[in-house]
Design a protein around this ligand. Structure first.
Ligand code: AVI
Length: 323
């Protein structure tokens, strides 16, 4: 790693984990109670999410991988030569590897993720497998401004945001993220983004209520994490996973429902629950192709192309109006 890159990494803002206690107490004091979905992904939650992606009912990962494999040459043809590929929230480089395989002239790959250990392990494997590629991980919360390695200053940039993580943002947050990504990538940059589609509510319902109960464990792990990290005494057996499709809002909602009246202590603060009261833990918005194109346009991006199998979509958009 060059000195310039080290300096850029040190200058990156601190990883936003210190707000966990404050966010949990504020969310549980709100009416209705809620918790931010970004806290699902501790080590246990990330392992559970990995299992979700392999479930027969959870179609998005399989569909996106197939779309990327089928259309990698067309996607890669939109990349400028000698560009840097910047992946927002890169848990593993599995999907980026498909693009990197089709775009031989990508000069640098910059996975940006909050989880440093995972990022470094994955970067080492990628360097072994693709020795021509400069792999420069950045440890940062990609929803906030972060510094890119200075060594990339002169390279054209392509962004990559797979997985329909954009669906976990409220529409106004999704617009804000797209503007923020545009400011980081710069005018003329291409962003390749995975977006889950509006579809038969039964398919959606099954994807978030799998027979094996892995999604339920993933949801409940949020309470287990609060117990582990915030000295709390949630009884996990006294909360139930609820996921349903909200047709009016085009979103799957995930909640944890208190099965009885109860009180929970968190860092010394008592939180009371009525029987049946829920904590809203996640929204997963689904878009039509046109609705996503219009969200992108409202955030300064021009649609270039979209690939879809009817279930999931991958869009390529170009930054035309940096804000
Ligand atoms: C990460 N994100 C796109 C997943 C989704 O489908 O909204 C998170 C998830 N929640 C339950 N299952 C998967």
């Amino acid at each position: 790693m060059t000195a310039a890159v080290q300096t850029a990494l040190r200058a990156a803002p601190p990883v936003a984990t210190e707000g966990f206690a404050a966010d949990v107490l504020a969310g549980l004091a709100a009416k209705p109670k809620r918790l931010p979905p970004k806290y699902f992904y501790d080590a246990a939650g990330s392992t559970l999410f990995e299992r979700i992606t392999q479930l027969p009912e959870y179609y998005p990962t399989r569909c996106e991988l197939e779309l990327l494999r089928a259309h990698a040459p067309a996607i890669a043809s939109l990349f400028p030569p000698n560009c840097a590929l910047i992946e927002f929230g890169a848990g593993s480089s599995r999907k980026a590897r498909i693009l990197l395989g089709a775009a031989a002239t990508v000069e640098a790959y910059v996975p940006v993720d909050i989880s440093g250990d995972f990022l470094q392990q994955d970067a080492a494997a990628l360097r072994r497998d693709l020795p021509r590629l400069s792999v420069q991980p950045v440890i940062a919360d990609f929803t906030h401004p972060f510094a890119l390695p200075l060594a990339l200053a002169t390279l054209p940039r392509v962004g990559f945001f797979p997985g329909s993580t954009i669906g976990n943002f409220e529409p106004h947050e999704a617009a804000k993220f797209l503007s923020h990504a545009g400011a980081i990538l710069g005018r003329g940059a291409v962003l390749v983004i995975g977006v889950d589609l509006v579809k038969d509510p039964l398919i959606l319902h099954r994807a978030y209520n799998d027979a094996e109960g892995v999604t339920a464990k993933f949801n409940l792990n949020l309470l287990a994490r609060i117990n582990r990290e915030l000295n709390a005494d949630f009884d996990l057996a006294a909360f139930a996973h609820r996921a349903f499709y909200n047709r009016a809002q085009n979103r799957i909602e995930m909640h944890l429902a208190s099965v009885r009246r109860q009180r929970v202590r968190i860092n010394g603060t008592i939180v009371s629950f009525r029987a049946g009261e829920t904590i809203h833990t996640e929204n997963s918005y689904k878009y039509t192709l046109a609705a996503f194109a219009s969200l992108a346009q409202d955030s300064g991006w021009s649609p270039l192309a979209a690939w879809s199998d009817g279930q999931f979509s991958v869009h390529a958009i170009r930054m035309t109006d940096v804000r």
